[in-house]
Design a protein around this ligand. Structure first.
Ligand SMILES: [Zn+2]
Ligand SMILES: [Zn+2]
Length: 346
C-alpha cells in the first residue's frame, strides 16, 4: 500500500508509491489486448482498478470503514490546508507527517484495438469511452473520501507511457490537489471582489473566440492555446456554458466537444508529421462538498513537451526549483501552427 507524506517545507502531500517500480515497462505481451492480463474477456470499452495503484479505495484498507470516525478524521487531516498546518496542527513526530493513501486509481481502455489514439477513435467508440468517463466520474465522486476526480491520458514514450494500447487513467484524490486549490482561490477572490463578475473561464470563452490563439470552435465550446501557456504546445478545450464536470454536459454539448477534440487532436499529429506526445486531463469541479465547487468551470487541457520538429522541451532546474515556467514558443505562434495543421477548417 502507498502512503501520502507531507512535504515539511511546502505542506503539500506527495504520494510515495514504491510498488509502482514493479510494474512492467513496455511489456512484450500487451495486458490490454483481449486475452491479456487485464482483459481476459472480450470488451468494447472497460474500466478497472490499477494493479499498481498510487491510491487505494477505503474498502481495501481493512482498518478504514466508510463513515467511521477514524475515516472521517483521516479525511479531515488530508484536507487540512498547508496554512492551517503551519499554524499549529499537532503532529506526533513533527515535522514528519504521513497518511494512508486512500483514493482511487483506475485504468480506462478505449478499444480492444492495440493501435490507435483518442483522436482516431470512430465516433461511436469515442462516445462509448465518453459514457464510461461520465459513469466513473459519477461513481467516484459519490464516495465520501473523494474530493477531486482527474481523468488523464499520457501519450508517447516522451511522457513516460509504458503501454501503448490506447487507454487513459483516472485518479480520485481524497483532497483537492494544489493546482486546483490555487485556481479555486483565484476564483474565490474574483467572486469576493465582485460577485456579479463572470468566472474567468466564462470570460476567456468569450475573449478567445475568433482570436489569434483560437484553434477551432463550435456552438458550445472552443479550443485555443492558453494566453500564458507554460508548455510550447497546449490547448484548452473550453465549454462556453458554466458547469463543473463531464456529468453535467448535455448530449449535444458532449457530442460537439468530442467532435472538436477529434479535429484538434488529429491536427496535432500533423504539426510535426508524427504522433504528438501529449498529456491530457479533464479538470473537473471538486466533489468535497465545499461551497466554492460551483465556481469551477470544467475544461479539458492538453499539453505537449514538443517545441519543434525532433526537439523536446524539458522542464529543467530553474523551472523545477522556482515553479515559474519559461515557454520558448509564443502561444500565438503555436496557435497559428495548429490552425495550419487543421487545414483552415476552423
Ligand atoms: Zn494491446
Ligand atoms: Zn464559467
Amino acid at each position: 500500500m502507498t502512503e501520502f507524506r507531507r512535504d515539511p517545507h511546502s505542506g503539500e502531500w506527495v504520494t510515495i508509491a514504491g510498488s509502482r517500480q514493479k510494474r512492467p515497462a513496455l511489456p512484450d505481451e500487451c495486458p490490454f489486448c483481449i486475452g491479456g492480463l487485464e482483459a481476459p474477456e472480450s470488451y468494447s470499452v472497460m474500466a478497472f482498478e490499477n494493479r499498481w495503484p498510487v491510491m487505494t479505495p477505503i474498502s481495501k484498507w481493512g482498518n478504514l470503514a466508510p463513515g467511521s470516525t477514524e475515516t472521517a478524521s483521516l479525511i479531515d487531516e488530508l484536507r487540512t490546508s498547508p496554512l492551517e498546518w503551519a499554524s499549529g496542527l499537532t503532529i506526533d513526530n513533527a515535522p514528519y507527517e504521513a497518511a494512508s493513501a486512500i483514493g482511487a486509481a483506475e485504468v480506462v481502455l478505449y478499444t480492444p484495438e492495440h493501435e490507435g489514439s483518442l483522436g482516431a477513435l470512430a465516433d461511436a467508440q469515442l462516445e462509448a469511452v465518453w459514457n464510461l468517463w461520465v459513469e466513473r466520474t459519477a461513481g467516484l465522486s459519490s464516495r465520501q473520501e473523494i474530493a477531486s476526480v482527474l481523468i488523464f491520458e499520457n501519450r508517447g514514450e516522451e511522457v513516460g507511457v509504458t503501454i501503448h494500447h490506447p487507454h487513459c487513467q483516472i485518479y480520485a484524490f481524497p483532497f483537492v490537489p494544489p493546482r486546483q486549490r490555487q485556481e479555486l482561490e483565484v476564483a474565490k477572490a474574483r467572486n469576493r471582489s465582485d460577485p456579479s463578475m463572470k468566472c474567468v473561464s466564462c470570460a476567456l470563452a468569450e475573449s478567445e473566440s475568433g482570436g489569434e490563439r483560437l484553434i477551432a470552435e463550435c456552438e458550445s465550446a472552443l479550443a485555443y492555446v492558453p494566453y500564458a501557456s507554460a508548455w510550447p504546445f497546449a490547448v484548452h478545450f473550453m465549454p462556453r456554458r458554466h458547469f463543473g464536470s463531464i456529468t453535467e454536459m448535455s448530449t449535444q454539448e458532449a457530442a460537439e466537444m468530442r467532435g472538436l477534440m477529434k479535429r484538434v487532436l488529429l491536427a496535432g499529429d500533423r504539426i510535426f508529421d508524427r504522433p504528438l506526445p501529449t498529456m491530457l486531463a479533464f479538470l473537473q469541479a471538486p466533489t468535497d462538498g465545499s461551497d466554492s465547487a460551483n465556481l469551477w468551470h470544467m475544461r479539458i487541457e492538453v499539453v505537449s513537451p514538443m517545441r519543434k520538429r525532433g526537439v523536446l522541451r524539458y522542464v529543467a532546474a530553474a523551472e523545477v526549483s522556482s515553479g515559474t515556467f519559461a515557454n520558448p514558443v509564443t502561444p500565438e505562434d503555436a496557435a497559428r501552427l495548429w490552425r495550419d495543421a487543421l487545414g483552415g477548417g476552423a
